[in-house]
Each structure stands twice: as structure tokens, then as C-alpha cells.
Design a protein around this ligand. Structure first.
Ligand SMILES: Cc1cc2nc3c(=O)[nH]c(=O)nc-3n(C[C@H](O)[C@H](O)[C@H](O)COP(=O)(O)OP(=O)(O)OC[C@H]3O[C@@H](n4cnc5c(N)ncnc54)[C@H](O)[C@@H]3O)c2cc1C
Length: 452
């Protein structure tokens, strides 16, 4: 055993980014017996899942829920002793169309929706049902979501139920989104039910911050060092092997580097990558997201989410977090605006977005009044969602770069799954597992699949 330990000494691992992927990679690297430094550009850990103080309530800048198939999250919560902090609740959907709010998201609601042909409704329901049961995606990989949905549901159902959702999220990319990607989204939600009639979603008591705090604490207790407010300027290499990373204040030496920074930053951050690799990272496009968040005296609707089809508003839906997390006293509502950051609306002043967003809430509930608003906040993210076109799988570079010891991934690397905490946890841990473990380390964590 001694001799084996000499052959595989403890490695110095540097993780870039303290979102859940980076935190999971750091935690797993420590469990595997390595030394870890975790470097985060922002002043707080958590990335997309980070919280802020919203008028006395700690909530996510971007709404989060848990689904029943989020197994990597469940396993991590168990490991951190947090399994009893996971809560499940029956939730419902609404659909605002033709000037009225309708129940949505179950077969009866679908059949009762007025003004839509029965055939369109049946075909829409069939697509949802079959997608939830389907497991393979090879035939969907080179097809656009638009073509796939029209093939299953017809033009009428596409126009009524899908078109605005895709267009108000992806704009000029709307007709060129992968069917495989849309399918995993339908499946994830479709499988989070207690029965065919009842959706059931989960949340972590205290929000994502509970998981982030526990990971930070576990990492620090195991001797890992977390450096916040330290953007990595560039990754350093020698003889085609990674040697560490440079921040504005110092150089961090490392044998292995795991980058979880969004791909649009990667080519500039790693100047020694071959040009064809840089081109691959640069070719992956992202859209931005803005969440306009309201704290209100009373609920807007009874639903967790409402799909919105209002032609004069570019709003695809509304998420009422407090219809899931009821322990928060006031009503917390998110209006997510997704759009390419070339869209002038991405730079609208906060007050314009708040005014438009409240106009949308008034359509859903005309009894609301401006005096119901207790607080508002606008959160923006430049790289909020990768744009996954048909054939996207072949665009994703391998996690292991041609530079020895350097792994790179972000949320698009687990395509066709959409961005999600569970998938980021799974991939972060899998990147840590790719580092040879010293002989003295604990047994590897089971159930962690390998990276793409
Ligand atoms: C609007 C919205 C809603 C969502 N809803 C859900 C949901 O309901 N359920 C769910 O499971 N998931 C949801 N997600 C997705 C989930 O938040 C993400 O999948 C997950 O948080 C991604 O974590 P990550 O670590 O992979 O990436 P990120 O969170 O993006 O982390 C990357 C980190 O790298 C840091 N970084 C970047 N460049 C550098 C640098 N040069 N040096 C150092 N650090 C750097 C960034 O600051 C960031 O903290 C949602 C996301 C959004 C935007």
C-alpha cells in the first residue's frame, strides 16, 4: 500500500467557479484525497443558484425547484446530512391565453380548455405522455423542436401551445432548437408527479442556499480553501500540461484544473488552448436571462407557474415561488425574460421591466393594485441558457482538454439535459473522479456516471 501511495500522491486541484458544479467538484476532489483551492469571481458562492436578501427574505436570484428525478441532488443532500430538508408539494400550472387564466398541466384541464380544437388538444396531450415515457433521444438529435412538435401535434397546437414559449425565450433561434433538448424538459417535469392528475415539485428548506452553505462548510472542514471575489484571469500551462491559474492578486499552482466557468469565457481564459478548440467553445451560444422579482402583499394566482400567451408582452411565463415554498410569508413572484443579449430589451432600465412585469401580473389577477407591491428586484445574467441547436451533441468538446490535467465544462456539457442543479452536481463530481486518486483516499462515491 505504501508503495502504491508513492506512485499516486495527493494532487493539487484547482477548481474555477463556485457554482454548484464547482462546489461539487471541489467537495468530491477532497473526498478523493486531494488538496483543493476553489476560486470564484463573484463575492459570494452559488453562481446561478445564489441567493440575495429580498427585503428580509433570503431567496434565489433565479427561481429553483427540484424534480423527482434529480437523483444526484438527493444523493448529495444525503451525504451532507440534509435529506430531511427536502420538501415536496403538490403544485399546479395555469395557462393565460385568449385574455383568461385557465387551469393547465393535467389531462382534464387540457380537455376543458375552451376555443381550441379537440384534435389539437389530444395531440398535444399525446406528445406530453409519450415524451414522459420515452428514454432514447438519438432520433431527436438532428431534428428541430418546431418540426418535431408540429409532426406530433400539428400546426394549430404548435401555434397555440408552443410558439410563444419558444419565441419569447430564444427569439431568432426559436426555429432552430434541438428536439432532444425540449424532450428532456418535458420529461423532467412530466416525471415529477404523484399521479397523472397531480404535479409534485420539491424544494430545499431554506432554498438552494441551504445546499450551498452546507457544501462550503463541508469543503472548508475538509481543508479546502475557497477564494471569493477572485476572477481567474488565465490558466497557466507548461509543456502542454496545466500548472495552475492566475488571478489579479496571485498565482495558484495546481496539478489539475477543473473549469466550470461558462464556455463563452473559456477561450480567452485559456490562451494556450489550440485554436480549433477555442473555436469550438466560441461557437456555443448563450442567451441571457433577466428575472423581475416582486414581493407582494397577496398571491397573484394559485399556481406555481403560469404559461403566458399575451401577444403584446414578450413574457413566456410567471413563476410564483410561494405557491411552492409556502413558508415565506409574502407572495414572491418571478417574471423571467429570456433573450439574446443583443436584444435592446436586455438593457432596459429596471423600472421599465418592473412596470411591464406588473402589467402582466395585473392581467393574471386584475384585483392586484400597485399598493400590493412590497419590494421589487431585477436580476440579470448574461449567460443564462445555452442555445442547443439540432446536432448540438457533436459541438460539445470533450471535458478533458488537450492540455494535460485541464478539464473544462459548463451546463451545456450535460446536453440534452437542460441546466439544472442535479446535472451540475453529477458532472462536477464526475470531473473530480477523472483525477487519479491517491491510494489513501476513501472509497469512491457510488452512482456517479462518467462525463460526456
Ligand atoms: C432563471 C433560472 C432558473 C433556473 N431554475 C432551475 C430550477 O428550477 N431547478 C434547477 O435544478 N436548476 C435551475 N436552474 C439552473 C441551475 O441554477 C444551474 O444549472 C446551476 O446552478 C449551474 O451551476 P454551475 O456551477 O454549473 O454554473 P454557474 O452557476 O454558472 O457557476 C459558474 C461559476 O463560475 C464563476 N466564474 C465564471 N468565470 C470565472 C472566472 N474567470 N474565475 C472564477 N470564477 C468564475 C461564476 O461567477 C459562477 O459562480 C435555473 C437557472 C436559471 C438561470
Amino acid at each position: 500500500m505504501e508503495g502504491f501511495s508513492d506512485l499516486l500522491p495527493m494532487a493539487k486541484v484547482l477548481v474555477i467557479g463556485a457554482g454548484v458544479m464547482g462546489l461539487a467538484a471541489a467537495w468530491q476532489s477532497l473526498r478523493d484525497g486531494h488538496q483543493v483551492d476553489l476560486i470564484e469571481a463573484a463575492p459570494e458562492p452559488g453562481g446561478m443558484a445564489a441567493h440575495f436578501d429580498f427585503d428580509g427574505d433570503s431567496i434565489e436570484r433565479f427561481y429553483h425547484f427540484v424534480c423527482k428525478t434529480d437523483f444526484p441532488t438527493f444523493e448529495l443532500l444525503r451525504e451532507l446530512g440534509l435529506e430531511d430538508r427536502l420538501r415536496w408539494r403538490p403544485t399546479s400550472m395555469g395557462f393565460y391565453t385568449d385574455g383568461r387564466l385557465h387551469p393547465w398541466g393535467n389531462p382534464v384541464a387540457l380537455l376543458r380548455l375552451p376555443n381550441a380544437p379537440l384534435l389539437s388538444k389530444l395531440r398535444y396531450g399525446l406528445l406530453a405522455f409519450v415524451s414522459t415515457r420515452r428514454n432514447s433521444w438519438a432520433e431527436l438529435e438532428n431534428v428541430s423542436a418546431k418540426d418535431w412538435i408540429i409532426r406530433w401535434c400539428g400546426e394549430d397546437a404548435y401555434r397555440r401551445f408552443w410558439k410563444t414559449l419558444l419565441e419569447f425565450k430564444f427569439y431568432e433561434h426559436a426555429d432552430n432548437i434541438s428536439a432532444a433538448w425540449i424532450w428532456t424538459r418535458i420529461r423532467r417535469i412530466g416525471r415529477s408527479r404523484s399521479s397523472i392528475m397531480q404535479e409534485e415539485l420539491g424544494y430545499i428548506d431554506g432554498g438552494s442556499q441551504t445546499l450551498i452553505d452546507a457544501l462550503v462548510q463541508a469543503i472548508e472542514q475538509q481543508g479546502g480553501r475557497i477564494h471569493l471575489g477572485s476572477p481567474v484571469q488565465f490558466v497557466t500551462t507548461k509543456d502542454n500540461g496545466v500548472t495552475g491559474a492566475e488571478t489579479t492578486s496571485r498565482h495558484f499552482a495546481a496539478d489539475h484544473v477543473i473549469s466550470t466557468s461558462p464556455t463563452p469565457y473559456v477561450a480567452d481564459m485559456i490562451p494556450d488552448l489550440p485554436e480549433d478548440w477555442k473555436a469550438r467553445y466560441r461557437s456555443i451560444q448563450n442567451i441571457g436571462v433577466i428575472c423581475v422579482i416582486f414581493k407582494l402583499r397577496r398571491p397573484v394566482t394559485e399556481h406555481f407557474w403560469v404559461n403566458v400567451c399575451i401577444p403584446d408582452l414578450t413574457i413566456p411565463g410567471v413563476v410564483e415561488l410561494t405557491n411552492l415554498r409556502k413558508e415565506i410569508g409574502s407572495s414572491i413572484v418571478y417574471i423571467p425574460y429570456y433573450m439574446p443579449t443583443t436584444n435592446e430589451k436586455f438593457f432596459w432600465p429596471d423600472e421599465h421591466l418592473v412596470a411591464e412585469g406588473f402589467g402582466c401580473l395585473l392581467r393574471l389577477n386584475p384585483n392586484l393594485a400597485a399598493s400590493d407591491i412590497l419590494a421589487t428586484r431585477v436580476a440579470r445574467l448574461r449567460h443564462g441558457q445555452p442555445v442547443c441547436e439540432p446536432g448540438f451533441a457533436s459541438k460539445i468538446p470533450p471535458v478533458q482538454t488537450p492540455i494535460r490535467g485541464l478539464q473544462v465544462a459548463d451546463t451545456c456539457f450535460y446536453y440534452p439535459e437542460d441546466r439544472g442543479i442535479a446535472e451540475s452536481v453529477r458532472l462536477g463530481r464526475s470531473m473530480a473522479h477523472n483525477i487519479p486518486r491517491p491510494a489513501h483516499a476513501a472509497a469512491p462515491t457510488p452512482h456517479v456516471e462518467s462525463a460526456v
